[in-house]
Design a protein around this ligand. Sequence first.
Ligand SMILES: C[S@@+](CC[C@H](N)C(=O)[O-])C[C@H]1O[C@@H](n2cnc3c(N)ncnc32)[C@H](O)[C@@H]1O
Length: 455
Amino acid sequence: MTTSAQHHETYPLGLRLAGRLAVVVGGGPVAARRTRGLLDAGAVVTVVAPFVCEDLADLVAEHAPGARPATGARLTWVRRDYLTGDLDGAWLAHAATGDPAVDAQVAADAEADRVFCVTAGDAHLATAWVPAVARTRVGSPSSAAAAADAEVTVSVNAGRDPRRAQRVRDAVAVLLETGELPLRAVRPARAGTPAPGTDGETSLAGAVTAPLVRPVGSVALVGGGPGDTGLVSVRGRRLLAEADVVVVDRLGPRGLLAELGDDVEVIDVGKTPGHHPVPQAEINRILVHHALVGRRVVRLKGGDPYVFGRGGEELEACREHGVPVEVVPGVTSAVSVPAAAGIPVTHRGLSRGFTVLTGHEDVGTVPAARDHTVVLLMGVSRLAETADALVAQGRSPGTPVAVVEDGYGPRQRTTVGTLATIAERAREAGVRPPAVTVVGDVVTLSPAWAGAAPR
Ligand SMILES: C[S@@+](CC[C@H](N)C(=O)[O-])C[C@H]1O[C@@H](n2cnc3c(N)ncnc32)[C@H](O)[C@@H]1O
């Protein structure tokens, strides 16, 4: 806890050095790193050193007169030893010569000139310390001004221990990258522009409309995996942390919604079998509408967006309206739910491939070979018809079958049988969606098969 009586050795600031002179004394790797950072901030840099290392030589070449880098940064190399007077006109000095006497002279001259000075060797001589820095950018800003607003910078000082500061910085950088920190910009509402979460329109029905003021937002179709919050990708999590609006399904990692800010609008379009509260066309319209009024929309879907997820249709709808759209693959239940029950969909000696089908409809023609696994999504209520169809196509009635309900969820359960018996077994057990059905010898690898009564 900080109290007003507490003494702090530094006063943290962010310096805006664009177009301002910074003098770096020294030509080694530390001087090169400092110079690069200053150039990235648009500073006008003078390096004073009789020799420079390769990195610094590259920077000198990149910023040679006439090179005109986009940042407007400039670099001049004064090829000699340091002389008192070299700091004239500087806003900031860096002493990194490796020679304590020269660094001390630079620090003393800087003090006399009232120029802040960073010293690489002796932190006591310095009037400024360089923090360990992590930066990230939210979204895909389209202009330099927007990029500056979109940037989040974390600076860490840890006393005089730069390694400790770097470790803390690295830990924070991971959290920034994975979306576990609240990165989302809370944009102030401008006149005539609805604030996030209050679109100013009374109904979601009807035509897609877009106010004129705000630039177009974006849609990310994020595959959330089978429901466990740990099975969403880092990219997906990051986009969720940046979202203004999240449109969710019934399946998928709904536990992640608890991490969203209070002002993030969550729209539940969840479908249950036989009950489709929001038709697909309306889901498409919601995505497009929110993006066109300037919001970052995440469509958080169960499994993978392109495996019976209608992701292709949502992508097309966005493209038709000129909405930037990104698809983030997810862990599909077709593979992961069997895995949760101890069933690999392929296994050397048992299965050389697999087919994923919807159990809602006729299975069509499926490879009948014994070493080919069939995975069925949906269609729990049509299990008998599906099993009969597979037998009619040449599969043995004794082929092992597992129905895995609520993979990774609190109700996870595996019911096993054969093509001849599974419909009856599932009915007796009261099997309910969501469930994945696996047909093939790989089922014999599951603990449920080993523990089941004679089939
Ligand atoms: C409309 S499909 C969507 C599939 C999803 N896109 C995917 O790649 O997993 C929904 C079906 O996925 C399966 N499913 C998804 N999550 C599941 C889970 N956690 N446990 C069991 N089945 C699941 C069920 O068969 C469910 O009926």
